[in-house]
Every structure is written in structure tokens, then in C-alpha cells.
Ligand binder design. Structure first.
Ligand SMILES: Nc1ncnc2c1ncn2[C@@H]1O[C@H](COP(=O)(O)OP(=O)(O)OP(=O)(O)O)[C@@H](O)[C@H]1O
Length: 232
């Protein structure tokens, strides 16, 4: 059974129909990437899965259980972790406070100590406020905060957005390391080379629908889809 299955999802903002029947599956232990131009609905899909903008039609199943009508906190409790677009770090909470608030200990799961091994830089900033962190540190904290909830699947919405190239590489290495340890990831990423490097499977979105599904090498070979929907 797929870990996450999105079927015929239609999502609206008021009268504005943004997702027009999205279908997608995420297999456990894999990185699945969603790429596409600005404004095609990638963030709306993440928000739909998370229950923040619930779909008006369609089903979303986590390990077979329908979650599309649950409120966001129950979807989180069911095992969906989120690294939100723009990171959403609180300026007036310290690194440790972010982690303590989010932490949901599980046997053999992520502890705050284990997080500091993964991100030694965050350990050095443990009592710094969100407002004092660099973009890269905020990105790491945003990933760390999602990991300490011990999710079954991690949704990442443009974790590298606005970061300097060296920091993008660092975030990429972190995602690769997490994937190597068996974490299931659904990644929205504007950086196509990075998405193709990390993903087992790639979806291309355009105007609220999926227009391509395949492996990274399938997409590299498909000039038409790349030109028409990604402009590369
Ligand atoms: N809160 C909102 N209210 C109304 N329309 C919205 C809202 N958020 C997004 N939209 C619209 O929905 C469409 C899809 O936006 P969405 O943010 O999901 O795209 P995206 O693919 O994630 O793009 P980006 O990479 O720019 O974040 C866009 O036309 C956008 O203007």
C-alpha cells in the first residue's frame, strides 16, 4: 500500500478553483518531488494534504486511512510533518523552544539530542531567537521542528527557497541523508537539478493538474514536458 495516496483532489480559495483533480502517490521510504512553475498549485496541494485548505472533492489517504476531512492538528498527529513555505520560524522563540514545543517523543524516533547531531550548527545557537538566525539556520530549524514530531511522511515546501547556493547544497545533503535513513518525503522544489538528484519519482504540475509522472531520468529525457511546463 502506498503511504500517501491523493485521488481526484479539487481545492478552491473561495470561488477560485485551483486544483483540478490531482492524483499522486507517495511510496514509503522514497523521496517524491513535485516541480512546476510559480502559481501552478504546488503549495495548495501541500496545504490540501495538511488540511489547511481542505479539498472540496477527492480523497487523501495516509496508509489507507482517509484524512481529507480531519483538521490540521489531527493530520499532524496521524503522522504528517510539514516544513512550510517560508519556514515560519517564530522570531521571539529560541531554537530550543521551537523544538520543545513541537517534540513528540517516540521510541527509537528523533530526539532533540539526535537533532543536534544532525544539525550541529543549531546546537551552537540553542538559545538564540528565531530572529537572530540566518536563512540557512531557519531552514534547518524548520526541518528539525518537523522531524521531532516523528512524522511518517515529511512534506517539504521549497526548503531551499531564497538560500545562498552553498546553503542550498547543505539542505540538499540533509534531505539526502534523511532519505537514506528511510524517511518518506514529499518535496516541492523550484530547484530542478536538486529535485532530480534527490527524488525517486517526480511529478510535474501545471495549472492545477499533474501533467507528468516518472523517474528523474524519464523527465530529463522528456524535452517536450520540460520545455512546455518547466521552461528548461
Ligand atoms: N490564499 C489564497 N487565496 C486566493 N488565491 C490563492 C491563495 N493562495 C494561492 N492562491 C492562488 O492559487 C494559485 C496556486 O498557488 P500556489 O501557491 O499553490 O502555487 P505554487 O505552485 O505553490 O506557486 P509558488 O511556487 O509561487 O508558491 C495561484 O494562482 C495563486 O495566486
Amino acid at each position: 500500500m502506498s503511504l500517501l495516496r491523493v485521488e481526484d483532489v479539487h481545492t478552491y480559495y473561495g470561488e477560485s478553483h485551483v486544483l483540478h483533480g490531482v492524483n499522486l502517490t507517495v511510496e514509503g521510504g522514497q523521496v517524491t518531488a513535485i516541480v512546476g512553475r510559480n502559481g501552478v498549485g504546488k503549495t495548495t496541494l501541500i496545504r490540501s494534504i495538511m488540511g489547511m485548505t481542505p479539498p472540496r472533492r477527492g480523497t487523501i489517504r495516509l496508509e489507507g486511512r482517509e484524512i481529507q476531512r480531519l483538521p490540521p492538528h489531527e493530520i499532524a498527529r496521524a503522522g504528517v510533518g510539514l516544513v512550510p513555505q517560508g519556514r515560519r520560524i517564530f522570531p521571539s522563540l529560541t531554537v530550543m523552544e521551537h523544538l520543545r514545543v513541537a517534540s513528540r517523543a517516540q521510541p527509537e524516533g528523533w530526539t532533540i539530542d539526535a537533532i543536534f547531531e544532525l544539525f550541529p550548527q543549531l546546537k551552537n545557537r540553542v538559545n538564540h531567537y528565531g530572529s537572530q538566525l540566518s536563512g540557512g539556520e531557519q531552514s534547518m530549524l524548520s526541518i528539525a521542528r518537523a522531524l521531532v514530531t516523528n512524522p511518517r511522511i515529511l512534506l517539504m515546501d521549497e526548503p531551499t527557497e531564497g538560500l545562498a547556493p552553498l546553503v542550498v547544497e547543505e539542505v540538499g545533503r540533509t534531505v539526502a541523508r534523511l532519505a537514506g535513513s528511510g524517511l518518506t518525503v514529499l518535496l516541492v522544489e523550484q530547484n530542478l537539478p536538486l529535485a532530480l538528484k534527490l527524488a525517486h519519482k517526480v511529478y510535474v504540475m501545471s495549472k492545477g493538474v499533474i501533467v507528468f509522472e516518472g523517474t528523474p531520468s524519464d523527465l530529463i529525457e522528456n524535452h517536450e514536458v520540460r520545455q512546455q511546463h518547466l521552461g528548461v
